[in-house]
Design a protein around this ligand. Structure first.
Ligand code: CUA
Length: 330
């Protein structure tokens, strides 16, 4: 091969590499990381991306050089010269990808192992998923339950996830990981937030009509604010059983519009002006919560609303929820 050809192939390769690098760097492909786990995942992505850019540059350079250098006249319809196998070349193009893929596997395996390791003393928070809400139980006595995930920054947290009905999936984009909540088993997820801020848990497993509304807030705060959150909420008996809190933690707003709660979802009937159909309003509400198929509002299908609230809500919570709805009637 002549020197001029080598220079040309090199120039094509550098150009292709620059182009691919710009696409990789300039497009915001991922959200800004907020956890150590996501940092490691990003490292894996960049490790793989750099390898891909290098391979792309070599292949693109060879193609560009061949297309330009060996182009024939449009009217030349003769066959090209016969090509024989080249054992040396085949060994090279098998060995190099094998080494690269092995390297990616090793890096990924190390990152997976590190991301699963919560260390000796993580904060343990129990996450319960149900159509269509997330509930969080914090450590300590009395046990605090909330509809919001509050985490202290720079402390490893081990979430245990369970589901009361169907499969859901816990995902906070800025934390970089997902884990399914599966009925009957307990799954775990380790998060070490390294940046304070407000994020959103998104359910990423199609779990029913209210699936797109199945979100919950996450706040990463400093240690003092976290302690204050635990103490402040625990002071009120460990669990906020007001109707407003039940409405939020049970996920009612994911499907129903209710002005006092500021929700406007349209999956289920609106709750601002309920027509109890001749029954006392309180009885009608209680029945509709524990047995949603008993009376269907016009235009709404049966079996959309979960029929699990009789077991997932305590009597006090159910009473409070009914009162909250009664007081909110217009
Ligand atoms: Cu829960 Cu989708």
């Amino acid at each position: 091969m002549r020197r001029g050809s080598i220079v040309r192939i090199t120039i094509y390769g550098v150009l292709a590499g620059i182009l691919a690098s710009l696409v990789a760097v300039l497009v915001p492909w991922l959200p800004t990381s907020a956890s150590e786990e996501m940092d490691r995942i990003e490292f894996t992505f960049w490790f793989t991306t750099i390898i891909c850019i290098a391979v792309f540059a070599v292949v693109a350079a060879a193609i560009m050089y061949s297309v330009l250098k060996f182009r024939v006249h449009p009217e030349d319809e003769s066959d090209g010269p016969p090509i024989h196998g080249h054992t040396g070349l085949e060994i090279v193009w098998t060995a190099i990808p094998a080494v690269l893929v092995t390297a990616i596997s090793i890096v990924s395996a190390v990152v997976l192992a590190q991301n699963d390791d919560a260390g000796p003393n993580p904060i343990r928070i129990a996450v319960t998923a149900q159509q269509f809400a997330w509930k969080f139980e914090y450590p300590g006595e009395p046990r605090l339950t909330a509809g919001e995930l509050v985490l202290p920054v720079d402390r490893p947290v081990k979430l245990t996830l369970r589901s009361l009905d169907v499969i859901h999936s816990f995902w906070v984009p800025e934390f970089g990981q997902k884990s399914d909540a599966v009925p009957g088993i307990e799954t775990t997820l380790v998060i070490t937030p390294n940046r304070t801020g407000e994020f959103s848990i998104i359910c990423t497993e199609l779990c029913g009509l209210g699936h797109p509304t199945m979100r919950a807030p996450v706040r990463v705060v400093n240690q003092a604010a976290y302690d204050e959150f635990l103490a402040g909420s625990a002071g009120s008996g460990g669990q906020d059983d007001s109707g407003e809190a039940v409405f939020e933690t049970a996920g009612c707003g994911g499907c129903h519009a209710f002005a006092p709660a500021g929700t406007d979802a349209q999956v289920g009937p609106g709750l601002d002006a309920i027509d109890p159909g001749g029954q006392p309003l309180e009885d009608f509400l209680r029945e509709s919560i524990v047995d949603p198929n008993a009376v269907l509002a016009t235009g709404f299908q049966p079996d959309v609303m979960p029929a699990t609230y009789e077991s997932s809500l305590s009597d006090e919570q159910l009473d409070a929820l009914v009162q909250y709805l009664v007081e909110g009637q217009q």
